[in-house]
Design a protein around this ligand. Structure first.
Ligand code: ADP
Length: 788
């Protein structure tokens, strides 16, 4: 919506209000102390305005007939205002107001609405006391102010009413009365009274709830000051709805002291304007003028302080100067919202609309206070609801935007982290390849016993580092949801046996027995991911050995259930080691967590292994469970459902790299890698096995050097200058080259699987590789299985 349209809407609303003002001027007026309502229908409340008798410093006997000793004033009349003859009376004093009301004949069931006065009164009709507020007195002694508008029933049977009003004031800066008395049909006045109370209660409820809600939002987490100030504004303003004008609060708690409520009334006014300007400041910090907000706040907060410190006679005088500040804000705040709208701030259109709504409500309130118009409670109600609804919308918008931004940042952070870890581990794996490879070569080159010792330490550390890098990379992948599982036939028992035998030496070194038991009922291969199965079991077994100093470690595979197509297995690793205290049994499954801080010092480790194993199993619909007792040992186990594959056939012994033989005597390999150390490692292995090695430093060189009559295999690095491995392989395939191309890369195969296939690369060996792995791959592609 255009700003112009909003302004037009506002003007229309205002015209409606002023049209009503004009309509008001045709009501009858008292003249010479008498008001003639004989020709009025009285279906709506008629104000008893006009010329009333006024007797200063006298409480006239309400039974006395008219006497002409008083002067005529224009009712409603505050004696502290300047009179037409230029006189002005002091604030403290007392007086009698009188008027004679001529009613239509035979009108029964009439009521009179009596407003609050400054600041206590007694009202008599035909000599009878019908209403009072507080206690009137001719001096401050015995005087008690009170404010509560009331609706009274006019005694029936008389068509002339002698209305006598005694007002006293020894508390407020103003004295007298500023609102009219209304006379009308009981039903009508009662109805509008009830309506006014309902609207006030409804609005108070809405504001209180909004205030509490936003305060909760602020306290619980979103420490956005805009939300705090809006919550405070709602709470302060809710008091103004119920504690001012109709003074509903005083009907609910009639015993409340006037001195307390008048203070609350003024403080809530000063503070709500101050808090609202602060709210605007935080909502549009670039659009407001800091000096203006500071000045407004200075006035609001110092006036609040004065209200607390001074007596009502003094602080009630602050209202007139404060109305100037309020009027200024009525123009300034919509002006800021218009600027924010023009500058296309988020949600500014709602702010602008809400500003117009609140300005209308404030304007009505001010004009009513100055006596120009009625209260137009319904219009104000709609304005207030529109204002609070629109403001809530803006804040919700704001909270949502903040959450969205935080999420985007978090996602971006995660992405950056995962890319960083990926790159770093790639970079670390490449030199590790050289360290591990060279250690193997040196160990197989008949080192001196002292050198052998050092080389073993070096190899052990390099392997440890590799495990850590792999763990971090793995966890990162799991967190980023990038992990995928292979589905292939695997022999669970065989894998477990292989892992157990691989760790046998470590267990023997520690003098602990390593047991392995497989259920005889397990006769089938199962469909699963052998790499991940190996990873979980190795980790559990490795931990069990690490945390056991005496006794045994046992791996068991048990068939829990099976049918023709599926099998339910329980894999357990039991140890008689240090055990885990109950309080730590949950924690150890969290990443980077160890049972206690001394663990890393005495046993090493990163605390990632169990977290990874747990997630790997969970992603396959299983779970990692633990039974452990401190000092006695632990059992880590998981139960997993597998689809059955083929029957197990007993296997030959696995091949392993025969480092001392020359099985590749007639094989020529083209090694393509720009990293001299990698070339050296690969060359040493291959030459050890008897192969002839040619080297190309990039893809282009490889294309130039490849001789299909000579070379039987290409080992291809992927990241190289001039031409990378993918491109070179692709070109070779287009040129009709059919010999196997095996990529040597520090990337994980899953990450580059698609690109490998497109380039015609047959397989991958991941750096850093064990001699065995490279050996097996070459055997597989050159059909040389039986050479070892
Ligand atoms: P790491 O072994 O690298 O510290 P893990 O995630 O594999 O990380 O293990 C986390 C912690 O769980 C270990 O530090 C240890 O405190 C405890 N823990 C794991 N396995 C055992 C076990 N078999 N016996 C006793 N404590 C264990």
């Amino acid at each position: 919506m255009k700003v112009g349209k909003i302004v037009v809407l506002f003007v229309l609303l205002f015209s409606l209000v002023t049209w009503k003002v004009n309509a008001k001027s045709i009501t009858p007026m008292a003249s010479n102390g008498t008001i003639d309502l004989r020709m009025q229908s009285l279906s709506t409340g008629i104000p008893l305005n006009g010329q009333w008798e006024f007797h200063w410093k006298v409480f006239l006997d309400p039974d006395l007939p008219n006497d002409k000793s008083g002067k005529l004033v224009d009712f409603p009349f505050r004696w502290t205002d300047k009179h037409s003859d230029g006189t002005k009376l002091p604030s403290f004093g007392y007086a009698t107001y009188r008027v004679r009301v001529l009613l239509p004949a035979n009108t029964d069931s009439l009521s009179m609405k009596v407003p609050d006065t400054y600041s206590a009164y007694k009202l008599f009709i035909n000599g009878k006391l019908v209403s009072s507020n507080g206690i009137i007195s001719t001096s401050a002694e015995g005087f008690r102010p009170y404010w509560r508008p009331t609706l009274i029933n006019i005694p029936p049977g008389r068509d002339t009413l002698q209305v006598t009003l005694h007002i006293a004031n020894f508390a407020h800066y103003k004295g007298g009365i500023s609102q009219p008395l209304l006379v009308g049909k009981q039903q009508q006045l009662g109805l509008s009274e009830n309506r006014a109370s309902s609207i006030d209660l409804l609005l108070t409820g809405c504001l209180l709830m909004a205030g509490i809600f936003f305060m909760g939002l602020y306290l619980v987490g979103n420490r956005d000051k805009t939300i705090l100030f809006f919550a405070l504004f709602c709470l302060l303003y809710s008091y103004r709805i119920i504690g001012v004008d109709n003074y509903l609060l005083h009907s609910i708690f009639p015993g409340m002291s006037w001195h307390l409520t008048v203070r609350l009334e003024y403080i809530s006014l000063f503070l709500s304007i101050g808090v609202f300007s602060l709210y605007t400041r935080y909502l549009y910090p670039q659009d407001i003028h800091k000096v203006v907000i500071r000045c407004t706040n200075a006035v609001c907060f110092s006036f609040t302080f004065l209200t607390l410190a001074l007596s009502p006679y003094y602080f009630t005088q602050l209202l007139t100067p404060f109305l100037l500040v309020a009027t200024f804000c009525i123009f300034y705040i919509p002006y800021i919202y218009t600027i924010a709208y023009r500058r296309k701030r988020s949600g500014a259109i709602y702010t602008l609309m809400s500003a117009l709504a609140i300005v209308t409500a404030f304007a009505i309130s001010l004009l009513h206070f100055w006596g120009y118009i009625d209260r137009y409670q319904m219009v104000s109600f709609v304005c207030y609801i529109a204002f609070f609804f629109l403001q809530s919308l803006i804040l919700s918008h704001r909270v949502y935007a903040a959450l969205k931004q935080a999420r985007t940042e978090a996602e971006q952070g995660l992405l950056v982290k995962s890319e960083f870890l990926s790159t770093m581990s790639h970079e670390i794996r490449t030199p590790l390849n050289a360290v591990i490879g060279m250690s193997h070569l040196l160990l197989n080159n008949n080192p001196r016993p002292d050198q052998e010792e050092n080389l073993k330490v070096m190899l052990f550390s390099a392997n440890n580092l590799l495990v850590i890098v792999n763990d971090i990379l793995d966890y990162n992948k799991i967190e980023a949801g990038k992990i995928t599982f292979e589905r292939m036939e695997m022999d669970v028992a065989d894998i477990a046996k292989y892992i157990v035998s691989g760790l046998n030496a470590t267990a023997t070194d520690k003098n602990i027995a390593l047991k392995f038991e497989v259920d005889q009922e397990l006769k089938d291969l199962v469909i699963g991911d052998p790499t991940r199965f190996t990873q979980v079991l190795t980790n559990l077994l490795h931990n069990a050995i690490k945390f056991t100093d005496a006794g045994y470690v046992a791996v068991t595979i048990e068939v829990l259930k099976q049918n023709a197509t599926a099998i339910y297995l329980k894999v357990a690793v039991k140890d008689t080691g240090i055990g885990i205290p109950l309080k730590n049994q949950q924690r150890i499954f969290e990443r980077f967590t160890q049972a206690d801080s001394s663990i890393s010092r005495s046993f090493g480790g990163t605390g990632l292994g169990l977290a990874i194993s747990k997630r790997i199993l969970e992603l396959q619909d299983s779970s990692l469970d633990l039974v452990s007792e401190e000092g006695k040992g632990s059992v880590f186990y998981f139960e997993q459902l597998f689809t059955k594959g083929k029957k197990i056939v007993p296997k030959d012994i696995t091949q392993s790299a025969p480092l001392s033989q020359k099985p590749f005597q007639d094989v020529a390999v083209l090694v393509v890698d720009d990293n001299m150390i990698n070339v050296m490692v690969a060359r040493k292995f291959l030459e050890n096995w008897g192969a002839t090695v040619d080297v190309a430093m990039d893809g282009q060189e490889a294309l130039d050097q490849l001789d299909v009559n000579k070379h039987q295999l290409v080992l291809m690095d992927l990241h190289m200058p001039v031409m990378n491995g993918y491109e070179a392989s692709k070109k070779m395939r287009t040129d009709g080259v059919v010999i196997p191309i095996i990529a040597l890369t520090a990337n994980l195969p899953e990450e580059i699987y698609g690109r490998l296939k497109d380039s015609g690369i047959d397989d991958v060996v991941v750096k850093p590789f064990l001699p065995d792995q490279l050996y097996k791959k070459i055997c597989q592609y050159l059909n040389l299985e039986n050479l070892s």
